[in-house]
Design a protein around this ligand. Structure first.
Ligand SMILES: CC(C)(COP(=O)(O)OP(=O)(O)OC[C@H]1O[C@@H](n2cnc3c(N)ncnc32)[C@H](O)[C@@H]1OP(=O)(O)O)[C@@H](O)C(=O)NCCC(=O)NCCS
Length: 345
């Protein structure tokens, strides 16, 4: 019987280049406070958010993805037609099918494999792990990973627990072969018993007939029409989980990569809440000289886009060095998480 021939890819992988896109509209805490009973001071101290960016109708998930991807490709020195695969992480592409990644791939000029993943705020790190494994297995030489969200479409501006948190934007990286290890082992997992802690007000196919039936959709009354679905969150439960369990996951990712916190040149956690970041920094025992991503203050939480956007910003402003070691950790709805140590492009 004939034996199947296997393929071998690159021995090592790396992030070759990063690019980001943030929408032009700046939404201030003052504006948020015209929708909910809150204050600039409360939002700043409880979340660290000062402004967030919300997309205009023209700034679609596709357009933002293409912008970010174009910058990542240019920084990587490759062209779109060289991409063997395109992975897009998003929860705000409003078509259940087909995948946004197919449109992104087409716009970039590749017929490579293209698919979306739904891993909430961990989606970018999930994508990096998959892409790295694909390059090592030989199923693609270069893979584009995009994290893109328009969470403003899923935000109930009258919900005190979420209206101030979410933002829009896109970030992208190209993963390709490397002479030396550039992407460490991923530490990832899920905790489906916490499925309900971040969820939608109702599933797409179960839109309530009236606002009376729309549980938890307070403020959704626009001429009696049910709006949404919107994101809902048990803030305190997610906060505790992120602050404690994600510290352990971060430590495991360092151990798996064989590096210590003091070897790091940057710490780039998902931007969910400045106080979660502070807690992770403390538990990791991160030395003061290691720069920490804090883009939540300016961009809010744009889910799968936070990590690549922060990476681009830190490289651009010089706070993190090209080629330095960075610890990435994403965590969110599912609940799911993923962390890995990478060399910065
Ligand atoms: C959402 C979050 C900022 C809320 O902060 P918190 O400190 O947990 O706030 P709580 O819900 O405990 O509420 C504390 C008080 O503030 C009030 N409050 C809640 N929302 C408020 C708002 N928007 N403005 C002003 N006051 C508010 C509450 O009513 C409560 O008042 P009380 O003490 O008089 O009862 C925080 O829980 C959080 O960031 N959670 C994790 C978010 C996250 O990581 N999400 C994404 C994961 S990907």
């Amino acid at each position: 019987m004939a034996q199947i021939r296997e393929k071998q890819g690159a021995a090592h992988t790396r992030i070759m280049g990063v690019g980001g896109y943030v929408p032009s509209r700046v939404v201030t805490n003052e504006e948020v406070c015209t929708w909910i009973d809150s204050s600039d001071e409360w939002i700043r101290t409880r979340s660290g958010i000062e402004t967030r960016r919300w997309a205009t109708p023209e700034e679609t998930v596709l357009e933002m993805s293409v912008e970010a991807a174009g910058k990542a490709l240019a920084a990587s020195g490759i062209t779109g037609d060289q991409l063997g695969a395109v992975i897009v992480s998003t929860v705000s592409h409003m078509h259940q099918t087909p995948a946004l990644a197919c449109l992104v791939a087409d716009r970039l000029g590749t017929n490579g494999a293209a698919y979306d993943i739904s891993a909430g705020c961990a989606g970018f790190c999930y994508g990096v792990a998959q892409a790295s494994d694909m390059v090592k297995a030989g199923s693609a030489e270069y893979v584009l990973v995009v994290g893109v969200e328009r969470l403003s479409d899923l935000t109930d501006v009258h919900d005190r627990g979420t209206a101030f948190i979410f933002g829009d934007g896109a970030g992208a990286v190209v993963i390709g072969p490397s002479d030396v290890p550039g992407i460490g082992p991923v530490v990832w997992g899920s905790e489906g018993d916490k499925y309900e802690t971040i969820t939608q007000t109702f599933p797409w196919n179960e839109r309530p007939e009236s606002t009376e039936d729309a549980e938890g959709a307070e403020g959704a009354e626009d001429g009696g029409q049910v709006r949404g679905p919107f994101l809902r969150m048990e803030g305190q439960a997610v906060f505790r989980w992120a602050s404690y369990q994600m510290a352990e996951v971060s430590l495991k990712a360092l151990a798996e990569a064989g590096v210590t916190a003091s070897d790091l040149d940057a710490f780039i956690p998902h931007q969910a809440n400045m106080r979660i970041t502070d807690r992770l920094v403390k538990v990791l025992g991160l030395p003061e000289h290691v720069p920490v991503a804090r883009t939540i203050a300016e961009f809010g939480n744009n889910s799968a886009a936070t990590i690549p956007l922060a990476m681009e910003r830190m490289l651009e402003d010089g706070s993190a060095p090209h080629g330095g070691l960075a610890l990435l950790i994403g965590f969110g709805a599912g609940l799911v998480y993923a962390a890995q140590v990478v060399s910065l492009p």
